[in-house]
Every structure is written in structure tokens, then in C-alpha cells.
Write a protein that binds this ligand. Structure first.
Ligand code: SPQ
Length: 448
């Protein structure tokens, strides 16, 4: 079968990805190793920086987001070796010892860097910090972490009553609280737990549904005292703990694997094996959703690596059917909804995604952008305030689309283009480097 032609063109520092489909179709074959988990990479860098002694990290994601985290913590005194996936070494500076940086800390495009770091900065008495990010991050809501930190006694200033970066933080001795978060958010939960590390007494976070639990797992591994009540989705941290540097092995990112799982499912005649994927149960909603849609995915070689469950995932193309995705499943697949929308375009029937209003405040408004870009290609997608309605079965036609500088949108549109007739051009495709720098090379490698 003739392969598609995939070309990357760079003009004025923006990449355009051009996918030209052969009239007789293509298939995807091969094995892919996805890069390290982004959430775990951030946490390993941060805990390594504030622990005592040496932390080693194998499998760190070399995307732009973890690079932002590393540069912020270097600016506050942590010795972090050159970043590479084989081995990163961190000489931690100890809890409460972050130095006052001489310049503004820049979190780039990364919500995780900014929100988690705020918990640590707010709890460093007597030190002053200023934080910012790129234009996308400066428009994302920070009040979700600023408000509970202020309840703990934090002093934080910023535009719109401290809800938008740039933010200024005067570190304080904080007090413990029990925070009932109105949203299921790992960033909110982690920010408060990190602040709680430096507080006398017990700090508790309760969330309405369980969000990813990488912070809880890693804090425990580094020696923090943590208790978890699964009945109420509550986590309690006891302050003034000592953290000890650890060896961390980062599994492959299931959010990156999701692109290949959907690609393998929707492109006829395909078979892909995605190796070394983290299958932490708080992240596997994508597998449940694809199973409901009739995808043929098998888990092979299941094992536990440094406290996180890992497997190889084999996908073969199959006919997909629509399904409903809502409720407690949403936090378990929140970052995979753009690529799930692509799967729904090729499924029989109408897929309804509800309870996902959070998507409107990610790197872009992922509800509006996915609806507009897929509709440009001829799909039938309707926006809902809290999700999407997608009627599958209409063939896609290649055209010009745009990532809106959102990494997950860039990669989702590239997968949609594999099943579109003719030529699709994806503007600002370089956004993929936030979480998956080699995405396009991997794509080229599996097209047959
Ligand atoms: O870090 P950032 O920019 O917020 O990245 C995203 C992503 O798509 O990569 C969200 F846009 O992932 C978040 C995720 O949505 C990463 C994350 C974490 O590591 O704790 C948690 C989720 O966000 P939230 O707001 O639900 O806590």
C-alpha cells in the first residue's frame, strides 16, 4: 500500500505539518516507546529539589514543560544535572531551603509547574518570589490554588485579585486547613499537600472525585507522612516531615500513548504495540472509554516499576461505536478528551462527553478548538458548555487546521489527518514539543 507523505515545514519559528494521504489509504504498523510521563517527571524534579541528598531520575520527559520546572528549581538553588532520559541527578537542598531567586520564575506553558510550585513558595517564610508563564498560562485560572493557600495564611498578589499570573508571593509560616476542593484536580490537591509539608499539624484535601495520585505516591516514597481515605477522596499530610532523595524511574506517559491507541484503532489494517506505558488506575480512563467504543486493545507484560504499574499496549484497528463519557471517569481521562473526540468522529452513532468544563481552561479552550478544527475537516461536532457531542461516520476531508499552540490539539489533529482524504496542514504543530518532542518522527516511522 502507498504511504502517506508527512512533511514538516518551518517558517518564522512556526512548524506546519503537512499530511498528504494516498487515494488508496495507508496503515500503521510497528512498536513505539512513548516518552516519560509528564506529571511524574514534574513531581520527581520538584521533590528531588526539596529533599535531602541525591535523587536520580531515569526516563524523565525531555519536553518543554519539565524543562520549565527544572529551570525554576535551579534558580532557587537545586543542583540539577543536564536533562536526559538516561539519568538526571539532583542534589536536593532540603525542605524549607529554597533560595530567593534573583529573577522572575518562568513556568512557560506549564500549569503543573506553576500551580504545584506555588504551594512550596507560599510556605517559605521571609522569602519573596515572582512567577509568570507564557500567554496561554497567564490566561489560566490561578484562584483555584491561590484561594486555599490564602486560607492557610499565604500572601499572594496578582491581576484580578490574584487569580492570574504574573503573581508575587511573600512566603509565610502557614497554618493547616481541611480544604474541600470544588473540582477534581491533581494540581489543586498537590499544591496544598506541598504547602502542607512545611506546616505544623495536619493539612487535608478532599476532592469530589479522585484525580491522579502521583503526588501521593511520590511524597510517600520520599518519606512524607500521608494518610488516604478512599471513601471520601481525602488525603492528609502531616507537616514538618523530612524528605529523603530517592531513585525514580518514570514510566511512559499514557496521555502520549493515547494518540497511538486511537490511531491504531481508527486507521484500517493497523497494528501497533506501545511499550512501557504507565497504567496507574487514576490515569486509565482512556482505556475504559476506548473499550466501551469497541476498540481492540490488549495489555501485555504487566509489571510494577518503582511503585507505578506499567504494561505494553497492543492495538489493532476495529469498528468503533459511540459511547457516553461523563462523571467520575472524566478526571481519569481529562487530557485524552481531544484524541477521544477524534476516535468519536470515526465511530458509529453520537458520542456525548459531559462534565468536562475543565477543558475550557487548559492550554487552549479544548472544547471550542476541537469542535471548530474537526468541523473544518467535515466532522459533525457540537459544543456543549461542559463537553462535546460528536456524530461519527462522516468522512473527513483534508484542509488547513491550527493547533492554537496546544500540544494535545496539534497531535490529535495529526491523527485525524491520517484518516482524512487529501492534504491536511496543521499550523503551529511545534506545540507538540511541550509533552512529546519526537511525536512527528514516531508518526513517520509507523506509516506503511
Ligand atoms: O500542566 P498543564 O499545562 O496543566 O498540562 C495538562 C496537559 O494537558 O498536559 C493540562 F492542560 O495536564 C494536567 C492535567 O490536566 C497535568 C496535571 C498534573 O500533572 O497534576 C493534572 C491535570 O490538571 P488538573 O487541573 O485536572 O489538576
Amino acid at each position: 500500500m502507498p504511504a502517506a507523505v508527512v512533511t514538516l515545514k518551518n517558517t518564522e519559528n512556526q512548524d506546519r505539518l503537512i499530511i498528504q494521504n494516498p487515494a488508496s489509504g495507508l496503515s500503521l504498523q510497528g512498536r513505539i516507546r512513548v516518552p516519560g510521563d509528564k506529571s511524574i517527571s514534574h513531581r520527581a524534579l520538584m521533590l528531588g529539589a526539596i529533599a535531602q541528598g541525591e535523587t536520580t531520575i531515569q526516563g524523565l520527559l525531555l519536553g518543554e514543560d519539565p524543562r520549565s520546572t527544572a529551570s525554576c528549581f535551579r534558580a532557587m538553588g537545586a543542583e540539577i544535572s543536564e536533562l536526559n532520559p538516561e539519568m538526571v541527578r539532583i542534589q536536593g537542598i532540603g525542605l524549607g531551603c529554597l533560595q530567593e531567586p534573583t529573577s522572575v520564575l518562568d513556568a512557560g506553558n506549564s500549569g503543573t509547574t506553576l500551580r504545584l510550585m506555588l504551594g512550596l513558595l507560599a510556605s517559605h517564610p521571609g522569602r519573596f518570589f515572582a512567577v509568570t508563564g507564557d500567554s496561554s498560562l497567564r490566561s489560566r485560572p490561578m484562584s483555584r490554588v491561590v484561594k486555599p493557600l490564602q486560607e492557610m495564611g499565604a500572601q499572594i498578589w496578582g491581576r484580578q485579585d490574584g487569580s492570574l499570573a504574573p503573581l508575587a508571593i511573600q512566603g509565610q509560616q502557614l497554618r493547616p486547613i481541611h480544604y474541600h476542593s470544588p473540582i477534581a484536580s491533581a494540581q489543586v490537591k498537590s499544591c496544598i499537600l506541598l504547602a502542607g509539608l512545611m506546616v505544623e499539624g495536619q493539612t487535608t484535601v478532599t476532592e469530589p472525585a479522585l484525580s491522579r495520585d502521583h503526588s501521593e505516591r511520590m511524597l510517600r516514597a520520599f518519606g512524607a507522612e500521608l494518610s488516604i481515605d478512599p471513601q471520601t477522596n481525602s488525603v492528609t499530610i502531616t507537616g514538618s516531615a523530612k524528605l529523603q532523595g530517592q531513585p525514580v524511574i518514570v514510566p511512559g506517559d499514557i496521555s502520549s500513548a493515547a494518540f497511538w491507541l486511537v490511531a491504531g484503532a481508527i486507521v484500517p489494517g493497523s497494528e501497533l504495540c506501545v511499550e512501557n506505558v504507565g497504567i496507574n488506575p487514576t490515569r486509565t480512563g482512556i482505556l475504559e472509554a476506548l473499550e466501551r467504543m469497541g476498540a481492540d486493545i490488549q495489555m501485555e507484560n504487566q509489571r510494577v516499576v518503582a511503585g507505578e504499574p506499567v504494561a505494553d499496549l497492543r492495538v489493532r484497528s476495529s469498528a468503533l461505536k459511540a459511547c457516553e463519557i461523563a462523571g467520575e471517569l472524566i478526571p481519569q481521562l481529562i487530557d485524552e478528551i481531544p484524541i477521544l473526540a477524534v476516535a468519536a468522529v470515526f465511530a458509529q452513532g453520537t458520542t456525548v462527553i459531559r462534565d468536562a468544563a475543565e477543558l475550557r481552561v487548559k492550554e487552549s479552550d479544548r472544547i471550542a478548538v476541537m469542535a471548530s478544527q474537526l468541523n473544518r475537516m467535515g466532522a459533525k461536532v457540537t459544543e456543549r458548555p461542559d463537553g462535546l457531542e460528536i456524530t461519527g461516520g462522516t468522512p473527513l476531508i483534508g484542509t488547513d487546521v491550527d493547533s492554537h499552540t496546544d500540544h494535545r490539539i496539534a497531535m490529535s489533529l495529526a491523527i485525524a489527518a491520517l484518516n482524512a482524504e487529501g492534504t491536511t496542514t496543521i499550523g503551529r504543530a511545534e506545540a507538540a514539543a511541550i509533552s512529546y518532542p519526537d511525536f512527528f518522527q514516531s508518526l513517520i516511522g509507523i506509516i506503511r
